[in-house]
Design a protein around this ligand. Structure first.
Ligand code: UDX
Ligand code: UDX
Length: 484
């Protein structure tokens, strides 16, 4: 892996950037480039008019700590959001493709392969509109060798325009996007054209130390993104598999995580046991990796990585089963409060959130749910649950959803008359819940199922609440008769 030369700092004047896709990745990434490089014009375009309107308003479509300030500083100075895709492409020197690449829902590779429809559409549009020379940057996570397909489309449809195609995967995590963009562990640029690679590297070098800007060939860069997400998800599935064993043996998963994480070869990060990983990337990218392995005739490698996803599914359903079995296997008409719906704290994103699976399981048991999340609105939650029921062929339960699932704006209100609380996102506010106030609201048996290990079991126990924590099992209330 080469490093870009340390001593060249090129000041890029009059450069124009276009980014197609104003999503969780495109929006924050471009805002950071615009903030750090005031002399570069950055134009973010999207087909979705309401999303663009939100980027131009005071209520950004993406909730990220610190993002408002970054956008405020650059917007209308050198950062612009619009739906004028053709003109933004025509004017740009560098075009980032940051559209979504969901798992294919139909055809060959359905349920596993990435749907590249939007990436290809962008390539065609770029080819049609472009003149002169342009650098095309794949920001979206794509299967290995997608750049070859993009190149082919550009070559076959372009009118005399020429292109360099680079891969520049984004490693930011939601909830910490601004910090990750400000101080990335590394920026990865894959490409064959040295001058194009250097141009892109020069932009990042405005705020990222040169030694953190890594360059590789195109295929290594594309594969590194899938591999990084697979390794991260694998750590979560590994510790989650051990959490089940901890509950069976009396070990505590946090103690195990601390003990193994102190080994510098293992390291302490990404060892938090949870109800399961979510988010738009982990499952999609692993399935994509699995599909690639199968495609290249490597079934053993495919099976190995598939286990990471299967373990995650097991962990989510294990959590729901724990709730049911702790309540006499009868949840019918019992009220359960759901605390947290986002796939992790500090984001309003609910894509692949474990909360969807757990809620759908509980609805299947005919539990009544009151859901609270500080950042996800009621419309999104109900839409996600309706969609999940439909995808599972369970439209017959839509009436139950409408009549017995509500979204509320306060965690204590959610717990009102509830027999149990399930904590599904690690929002900080759940760490400082008042046990007495909560206990007063709830009715017996007053159970808390902590899928994120944020609840202080001792304090809850003293207030008459029993707590199940993932990877630790039950801590019974001092007053509880059952198993104290
Ligand atoms: C996306 C990919 O899903 C991910 O694999 C990649 O790493 C980065 O880009 P994200 O930004 O989270 O991630 O996706 P999303 O929030 O769905 O944003 C994509 C945007 O592209 C949407 O706003 C969508 O309207 C827009 N889009 C999609 C277009 O403008 N044109 C299209 O043809 C398709
Ligand atoms: C991930 C990668 O971290 C990022 O580099 C990539 O660009 C996109 O995918 P993201 O999905 O935004 O980012 O969040 P991340 O912090 O990785 O968390 C993913 C899921 O794993 C969340 O549901 C989180 O709660 C869960 N998780 C993470 C755990 O359960 N335990 C952990 O120790 C860490």
């Amino acid at each position: 892996m080469a490093e870009i030369g340390m001593h060249r700092t090129r000041w890029i004047v009059d450069m124009k950037i276009c980014c197609i896709g104003a999503g969780y990745v495109g929006g924050p990434t471009m805002a950071m480039i615009a903030k750090q490089c005031p002399e570069i014009q950055v134009h973010v375009v999207d087909l979705n008019e309401s999303r663009i309107a939100a980027w131009n308003s005071s209520q950004l479509p993406v909730y990220e700590p610190g993002l408002d300030e970054v956008v405020r500083e650059a917007r209308d100075r050198n950062l612009f959001f619009s739906c004028k895709v053709d003109s933004a492409i025509a004017e740009a020197d560098i075009i980032f493709i940051s559209v979504n690449t969901p798992t294919k829902a139909f055809g060959q590779g359905a349920g596993r392969a990435a749907n590249l429809e939007f990436v290809e559409k962008c390539a065609r549009q770029i080819a049609r509109v472009s003149k002169g020379h342009k650098i095309i940057v794949e920001k979206s996570t794509v299967p290995v060798r997608t750049a070859a397909a993009v190149r082919q489309i550009l070559a076959s449809e372009a009118n005399n325009a020429t292109f360099d195609v680079l891969s520049n995967p984004e490693f930011l995590a939601e909830g910490t996007a601004v910090a990750d963009l400000l101080q990335p562990d590394r920026v990865l640029i894959g490409g064959d054209g040295a001058s194009a690679v250097e141009k892109l590297a020069d932009i990042y070098a405005r705020w990222v130390p040169r030694e953190r800007i890594l360059t590789t060939n195109l295929w290594s860069s594309e594969l590194s993104k899938l591999t990084a997400n697979a390794f991260l998800a694998q750590r979560v599935s590994s510790i989650n598999s051990i959490s089940a064993l901890c509950e069976a043996t009396g070990a505590d998963v946090d103690e195990v995580a601390r003990a193994i994480g102190s080994d510098s070869r293992i390291g302490p990060k990404f060892l938090k046991a949870s109800v399961g990983f979510g988010g738009s990337c982990f499952q999609k990218d692993i399935l994509n990796l699995v599909y690639l392995c199968e495609h290249f005739g490597l079934p053993e490698v495919a099976h190995y990585w598939e286990q990471v996803v299967l373990m995650n599914q097991y962990q989510k359903s294990r959590f729901s089963r724990q709730i049911a079995s702790s309540m006499n296997n009868t949840l019918s008409d019992k009220k359960i409060a759901i605390w947290g719906f986002a796939f992790k704290k500090d984001t309003n994103d609910t894509r692949e959130t474990p909360a969807i699976d757990v809620c759908i399981d509980l609805i299947g048991e005919r539990a009544r749910l009151a859901i609270y999340d500080p950042q996800v609105d009621a419309k999104t939650i109900m839409h996600d649950l309706r969609k999940a029921l439909a995808e599972r062929g369970r439209q017959g339960e839509l009436d139950w959803l409408v009549d017995h699932v509500q979204v509320v704006e306060d965690p204590y209100v959610a717990a009102d008359q509830a027999q149990a609380v399930a904590v599904l996102t690690e929002w900080d506010q759940f760490r400082s819940i008042d046990p007495g106030r909560l206990s007063d609201r709830m009715v017996g048996p007053k159970l808390i199922f902590d899928g994120r290990r944020v609840i202080d079991a001792d304090r809850m126990n003293r207030a008459g609440l029993s707590v199940y924590r993932i990877g630790q099992g039950f801590r019974w209330a001092h007053t509880a008769s059952s198993g104290a």
